[in-house]
Write a protein that binds this ligand. Structure first.
Ligand SMILES: Nc1ncnc2c1ncn2[C@@H]1O[C@H](COP(=O)(O)OP(=O)(O)O)[C@@H](O)[C@H]1O
Ligand SMILES: [Mg+2]
Length: 509
């Protein structure tokens, strides 16, 4: 072993970083060895991104030392390019690629192979092919980055770092934007990079991927290290308890509901991405739609919400035909809707938290002759902020000041407050902290148990299993399988989601 490898790849000691009013990192120690996948975990706001920004030369620490391969970096890196020169590379939460350029152009950008002083395009394409092949990161060098799905754009980011010779890769919440299949593919790549001796720091708050994909875990809470764990010797419960500071019951399967009258009935529904789909949801029942993202679930929900034209079929809400009703008419008739995209569709970022919580309430008990009295809006906001544990410094701050998880609580709180007979809810806990996930699940169950009908679309199997009374699997725009709560085990669902419904499970054994 060379001296370089005997020393940790990254060693942070006593890193402290203060923002006005916040101690984001409080004397944090982090040791990452060569060739390991090290998970840095913590709930939103725990200080993970700040610590990585300090390491990567984007923020200057107030105190602490950084060592790379045993070498002290006096007062930290001055810039990301200094960090890169020392072998670090970071994929940020939001990608930093040029959409109008090709994959190859992005990968070699500002580090282009040259021939007679000119950028050697053929060499750039060759280089991308080589790197892609070596690391199992297949992507077409000539594709325009703007045309690629998120999973492939992320590959381009990783290729870019590898092209620049990064030996330690930092990925900040890399799977937040990926489908489960894309996330699996990413983990295969990270494991092979680690097997070649590269080092990976994985920032995440998702337990499952840490348990499956990392060697060691450091947990932050409120800016402090609260646990250092060896992945093989820990459990989801232990990590969750460290992250939240209390025992959390994970993957709880809630008791079934008591279904009553049919609230939503869908027959032969057809849109651009949904084919001849039938389903019913009863009062007091949660029907779960499982499926790998992109199999028509979002289009189904949009059609039911009145946001996407249906080309055939019939939809009734409490026996009333709403097939051609507008989104607003559906709302009035008793449909509440939590969309997948809480930023673009679900909320108004510039409006205050209180105003966001009041949205859509112009025809409810909050309003007086169609107007919303400010005092009522405030009181309503205060009730929901408390009930859903929305962390906002005041109900008057803009919604854009909330973290993703808190914005989600706002959205779900607002929709449940409508007390509508039918709730459509899509990916209710994507990007949400463990503690908040439990709260959201409890609220959905309580909503069901007070006699409401819920149609839940989720890509999280454990969420579907925990909440749904019946599970429908969507594959290529159709419902290909239906299960009762008892039948819906992970293996059966996983197989059906991969398009294997109809194959007898016994025959596979
Ligand atoms: N540039 C900044 N200015 C002020 N406060 C910040 C800034 N960046 C982060 N914070 C605060 O520091 C704390 C830690 O944030 P962050 O490192 O982003 O957490 P995480 O990545 O674990 O979600 C939070 O309270 C956040 O609001
Ligand atoms: Mg972060």
């Amino acid at each position: 072993m060379t001296r370089r490898q005997a020393e940790p790849a990254v060693e942070l000691r006593g890193i402290t970083k203060r923002f006005p009013g916040t101690l984001a990192n409080d004397a944090v120690d982090l040791t990452v060895r060569h060739g390991e996948i090290h998970a840095l975990m913590g709930e939103n706001g725990a200080g993970k991104s700040t610590l990585m920004s300090v390491l990567y030369g984007m923020e200057r620490a107030d105190a602490g030392t950084i060592r790379i391969d045993g070498r002290a970096i006096k007062s930290g890196f001055g810039s990301p390019s200094d960090a890169m020169a020392a072998g670090l590379g970071m994929v940020h939460q939001s990608f930093k690629l040029f959409d109008s350029l090709t994959v190859a152009e992005n990968v070699v950008y500002a580090a282009e192979p040259r021939r007679f002083g000119l950028v050697d395009r053929a060499a750039a394409r060759r280089r991308v092919r080589e790197l892609a092949e070596e690391h199992g990161l297949a992507v077409d060098p000539d594709a325009r980055v703007g045309d690629l799905p998120v999973g492939l754009r992320q590959r381009v980011e990783i290729l870019k770092l590898l092209h620049r010779g990064a030996r330690t890769l930092i990925l900040d919440e890399p799977t937040a934007v990926l489908t489960p299949a894309e996330a699996d593919a990413l983990f295969a790549v990270l494991k092979s990079l680690a097997a070649q001796g590269r080092t990976v720091i994985l920032v995440t708050h998702k337990l499952r991927e840490v348990l499956e994909g990392s060697d060691n875990v450091t947990v932050l809470r409120d800016g402090r290290v609260v646990a250092r764990l060896v992945t093989a010797e820990t459990s989801a419960d232990e990590i969750a308890a460290a992250m939240t500071g209390r025992a959390v019951e994970l993957d709880r399967v809630h008791a079934p509901g008591t279904p009553a009258d049919v609230v939503l009935a869908v027959n032969g529904l057809t849109t651009d991405a949904v084919h001849d789909l039938a389903l019913t949801v009863r009062a007091g029942e949660i029907v779960g739609i499982a499926g790998v993202a992109g199999n028509g679930q979002s289009e189904l929900v949009e059609a039911l919400a009145g946001l996407r034209p249906t080309t055939a079929g019939r939809v009734t809400l409490n026996s009333e035909d709403i097939t051609h009703a507008s989104a607003t008419e559906r709302r009035v008739k008793g449909l509440a809707y939590v969309p997948e995209d809480r930023h673009a569709v679900g909320t108004a970022p510039a409006a205050s938290v209180a105003d966001n919580l009041a949205m859509g309430h112009h025809r409810t008990s909050l309003s007086s002759r169609g107007l919303l009295p400010p005092a009522a809006v405030r009181a309503h906001a205060q009730r929901l902020v408390e009930r859903f544990g929305i962390k906002a410094s005041s109900p008057e701050v803009p919604a854009s000041a909330l973290s993703g998880g808190n914005l989600q609580k706002l959205l779900i709180g607002r929709e449940l407050a409508h007390d509508a007979p039918l709730l459509l809810v899509e990916q209710p806990t994507r990007g949400v902290d463990i503690g908040a996930i439990q709260n959201i699940h409890d609220q959905l169950i309580a909503y069901r148990d007070s006699g409401h009908a819920v149609l839940l679309v989720s890509a999280e199997l454990s969420e579907i299993r925990g909440l749904a009374d019946r599970v429908l699997v969507m594959y290529e725009g159709r419902v290909t399988a239906t299960y009762t709560k008892d039948e819906a085990d992970e293996r059966t669902l996983g197989l059906a989601m991969a398009g294997g419904a109809g194959i007898a499970v016994e025959a596979v054994d």
